[in-house]
Design a protein around this ligand. Structure first.
Ligand code: DGT
Ligand code: CA
Ligand code: CA
Ligand code: ZN
Length: 573
């Protein structure tokens, strides 16, 4: 039982009391207790009642509840409150823009107990009829419901990887000789993951006991001999499958997916007189086993080159593998430069020197410092005068720390598609990333025209985070991305794969289109501190899923070659 689990129970008590319209002081006391528990630096479970009461804000009642939670995993009080409501009531609380007070009204006035009830109520106009709600609130609720459905239970790739890593480390201690591999969407490098899938081969059957007793388990969903599922605190669901060693490769292949890739592979097997499943590859005529121990063997048996997991989406990889023409994919080690980062001059946390030193330590040979331009006032964006003064200071650091440093800018693209700084200023810099940061509510045509106009500006080298999406949080703005890609191809403007794991923008599908139409990509960190270069690995995963080789990525080139390839430095013929 860790502090966060205690905090969650106390917070739920506060929520339920609020839905019940209980005493406001009591509600506040539990809410505070939840905050204190969540932020306390030491384990509360280790403290007795006297020790707990020494913490400011924890009184007699709260201390007793925390002891009870520490000893039994929950409190009777919490259980009684839950029993007084339908259990689904807590789902309502987790909706965007819906707090306990609103839930209380829905429950009392409309008898809403579940998300489905709420959807019904909103769809039939019963929310707007409530006092203090109105049509706007009803529309917001419908939107929140829709988004919840779309994102339900999905997580960002780095969060999925961290959780999977902790789980695998835990299992590894219990079965040191077993082979443990995360599979599913995580192994394919998808930008968000549903559940986590872990495959264990050569493990004792007792590993299942370990799995269901993992310290982060909130609930065991299913416990079987070869498959179990658990729900972790924080909302992750995880599956563990145990397979015999002889089936390891076939199971790796099967549970990595994707479903579409697997279906295409199975059809291919049938065409070859073979049967493919998670146990192996078998001859249809006599069931003789022809492969299954290794994943390479499975692909080989089907006449295919082993296919990197990032490509397994039924997007042409099987055809390419059958003629041994899979692309050589870009790797983190291929990157020589990073072309998007911020410093203390705008909203970054470190100065130019610190960024340059950290870039060298990250193995990079060159960087472009690209602080914000003036219309990002919140970020203290640069006007022409400051941009030029900053450029002079940046150039003074060039080659002083074992890396080449370019004076760049991340220039805002204004609502009408003009750039936020005068062309003279842009021309005196070394490198310009142009990005949209505001005015997302334009329609598709306006936004497309806006980007096309920016691409027409001769000093734009790269379009930054071209669709503006925030994974699981904000949809991309409406834009005719193929028209933008074609314009970029025509003008020789590059497009960014922004490696911030909340963005990953361009995404894999769009970056592949860009590549196919002759647009160069850059893989950039957009880091705001010297500790942020590590995110480049997420951008690399997107690039691999987009079938990019080093030749498609500008910042894999040696510095001089990279510079010469920029639109502004190209020799015109
Ligand atoms: P997720 O969890 O939504 O991020 O996506 P995945 O790809 O991890 O999907 P998941 O967890 O449902 O299943 C893991 C893999 O197992 C999936 O990529 C392929 C395989 N698989 C699951 N169900 C089926 C199925 O019905 N047919 C086939 N051929 N493969 C399946
Ligand atoms: Ca999965
Ligand atoms: Ca699964
Ligand atoms: Zn930006």
């Amino acid at each position: 039982m860790d502090n966060l689990a205690i905090a969650r129970i106390l917070g739920e008590i506060a929520d339920l009391l609020e839905i019940k319209s209980d005493n406001p002081f009591k509600i506040r006391a539990y809410r505070n207790g939840a905050d204190i528990a969540a932020n306390h630096p030491h384990s509360l479970v280790a403290l007795d009642e006297a020790g707990l009461r020494e913490i400011p804000g924890i009184g007699k009642d709260l201390a007793a509840r925390i002891r009870e939670i520490a000893e039994t995993g929950d409190t009777d009080y919490h259980r009684e409150l839950i029993a007084a409501f339908p259990p689904s009531i807590l789902d309502l609380l987790h909706l965007q823009g819906v707090g306990p007070k609103t839930v209380a009204v829905f429950y009392r006035e409309l008898g809403v107990r579940t998300l489905e009830d709420l959807e019904q109520a909103a769809a039939t106009g019963r929310i707007r009829a409530l006092r203090g709600m109105g049509q706007k609130k009803e529309a917001l609720i419908l939107k929140a419901l829709e988004e919840r459905k779309r994102h339900a239970g999905r997580h960002l790739l780095p969060d999925a990887q961290d959780t999977a890593r902790a789980l695998v480390a835990f299992l590894h201690e219990r079965a040191p000789s077993a082979d443990l591999t995360p599979v599913g969407s995580l192994r394919r490098g998808c930008d968000s993951c549903g559940d986590l899938d872990i495959l264990a081969s050569g493990a004792p059957s007792t590993l299942m006991d370990g799995f269901v007793s993992f310290e982060q388990v909130e609930r065991v969903l299913a416990r079987g001999e070869t498959k179990s599922s658990i729900l972790l605190r924080g909302g992750f669901q995880a599956d563990l499958r145990l397979v015999p060693l002889e089936s390891r490769g076939a199971a790796l292949q099967y549970f990595t997916g994707s479903k579409a890739h697997n279906i295409a592979l199975r059809d291919r097997a049938i065409g070859l007189g073979l049967k493919l499943n998670e146990y192996g590859v078998f001859r249809t005529v006599d069931e003789a086993r022809v492969a299954g121990e290794t994943e390479e063997g499975v692909y080989e048996a089907l006449g295919l080159q082993w296919t990197p997991p990032e490509l397994r989406e039924a997007r042409g990889e099987i055809e390419a593998a059958s003629v041994r023409r899979l692309p050589r994919l870009v790797d983190l080690g291929d990157l020589r430069g990073d072309l998007h980062m911020h410093t203390t001059e705008t909203d970054g946390k470190d100065d130019v020197q610190a960024m340059a030193e950290a870039a060298r330590e990250a193995g990079l040979e060159y960087v472009a410092i690209t602080d914000h331009s003036q219309s990002l006032a919140m970020a203290n964006g640069l006007d022409e005068r400051r941009a030029l003064a900053h450029a002079a200071r940046i150039r003074a650091e060039d080659a002083q720390h074992g890396v080449r440093v370019l004076a760049g800018i991340e220039c805002d693209i204004r609502a009408d598609g003009t750039l936020d700084l005068e062309n003279d200023c842009l021309a005196s810099l070394d490198f310009v990333v142009a990005s949209v940061h505001s005015g997302f509510n334009q329609d598709r045509q306006q936004m497309t025209d806006r980007l096309l106009r920016a691409i027409d500006n001769p000093y734009v080298d790269v379009i930054g985070h071209p669709t503006g999406r925030r994974i699981l949080r904000r949809e991309p703005y409406p834009v005719e991305i193929e028209a933008v890609i074609d314009a970029a191809a025509g003008r020789g403007v590059a497009m960014e794969i922004n490696s911030n794991p909340n963005r990953l923008d361009l995404n894999d599908v769009h970056a592949r289109i860009a590549r196919d139409r002759g647009v160069s990509l850059v893989i950039s960190s957009d880091t705001h501190s010297r500790h942020g270069f590590g995110v480049l690995r997420w951008g690399i995963i997107v690039a691999r899923r987009a079938w990019l080789g080093p030749e498609h990525v500008l910042n894999t080139r040696p510095f001089d070659e990279f510079r010469a390839s920029l639109r502004r430095n190209r020799v015109r013929r």
